[in-house]
Design a protein around this ligand. Sequence first.
Ligand code: NAD
Length: 486
Amino acid sequence: MGSFGNMERDLENMRECFRQGRTKEATWRKSQLKGLLTLMKEKEQDIFKALQEDLGKHYIEAFRDEIGTVTKSLNTALESLKGWMSGRKAKLPKIALLSTAEIVPEPLGLVLIFSSWNFPFGLSLEPLIGAIAAGNAVVLKPSELSPACASVLANNLPRYLDRKAVKVFQGGQAVGEELLQHKWDKIFFTGSARVGRLIMSAAAKHLTPVTLELGGKCPVVVDSLPSSWEAKANFNLNNDVMVICLFDFFPTANQKVAVKRVLVGKFGACAGQACIAVDYVLAEKNFAPTLVELMKVTIKEMFGENPKETSSISRIINKGHFLRLKNLLKDPKVEASIVHGGSLDEDNLFIEPTILVDPPLEAAIMTEEIFGPLLPIITLEKIEDSVQFINSRSKALAIYCFTKNKSFERRMVSDTSSGSILFNDVIIQYIADTLPFGGVGESGTGRYHGKFSFDTFSHERAIGRRSLLTDFWFRFPPWNIHKLLL
Ligand code: NAD
């Protein structure tokens, strides 16, 4: 079939392998997870090197976001597998007198995983862990835009895992399209909404269930922390006289912590090329100048006087994306709103951490997902206006909110919707096995991580068992009213 002649034969072999039941065995699942763990240990240097080659990712960032998180998820899966696999008891209604019931997870069959280039290991292996733990045969299609990482996966997964049940197909759109012509028992896709739509329509042909991990614009609301009239005792020794100053008008520790976290959620998350990276900031007009000054100082602390020389910020993935980001800045009205940074180096695919204040809301930088190190700050009269601002746009994968105001926090939860919402921090929801990770509305459908990954690749089968001893008479016709009177 098509240009990839052996694909159908390979897939049929994998289906047969699944039918024979080998991937369903707990011992098989465990051995594959252990194999992956060994791969992560033994090939750590290759992984670092590939991430450096494709994205200029610093090895600490690479460990934090890929090797460390995947290793943690593998350990969680290995520790929890027995519990995840065991069914749970359920009750049947009284009409089914003398009965028992349970819900038992079963694997779906042959599943397909598409991954993206920004976290090429995390976004490939995190769903793979769930698919293997749930007992499926798996095909992985990594992104062609991070070719060094895709090669590490394609060369090593067959060495460490059962090659009859786990396969990697490398390539771009053509391979993706070819894969979509086949019948799958589940498609798990990480990428753009544009391709997500193609995945969904291809899946509809076979009624294949899909999980779509998409993106969008994740806002961060930064309230002035603490409010300017909050009393804070400062003790200063001045000419041997202790001066107690009750009002602290200087940027406080809270503001500094918030700014550091906001900036790492943008520039420290693959240079903003992350689905849950901070896309833009919402802040009060009065607070914006303080925020900008704090950001400028913190950017210097993080990336030095000449950020171009730092190794602590990833590079833009390729020329196409570099030019896309350049175009976002090119609009004269957008350029005029730059208050920090803005320099670009096409040869090195480097974009300086850039802050903009109030670029036009109709400009592409505020209508499209930025996916790069450009950070617009949109100013509002009151921080409460951020609720309406957020609700007038598509549902985000994540909303971040820095505030100490509990009633505003409650309002953000009750009056907005997003895949996740995090208060006073960014990104860390991604590493929590205990929280479902996924979008809502245009930011995606379905969820994974930890047990949620296992569930995503399982079918929860309802099982009921009854005794043959007894039945209620009214269950069966003829429904003779006279029986009621007897
Ligand atoms: P993309 O949609 O271009 O590509 C994703 C995958 O689909 C790749 O493997 C690619 O080869 C394949 N593909 C591309 N065109 C195809 C076609 N016509 N038919 C079949 N397959 C095709 O997305 P991308 O550039 O890799 O990723 C960027 C987007 O992904 C951003 O919107 C980002 O927010 C989102 N993203 C989401 C998450 C998440 O976890 N929710 C994580 C990373 C990225």
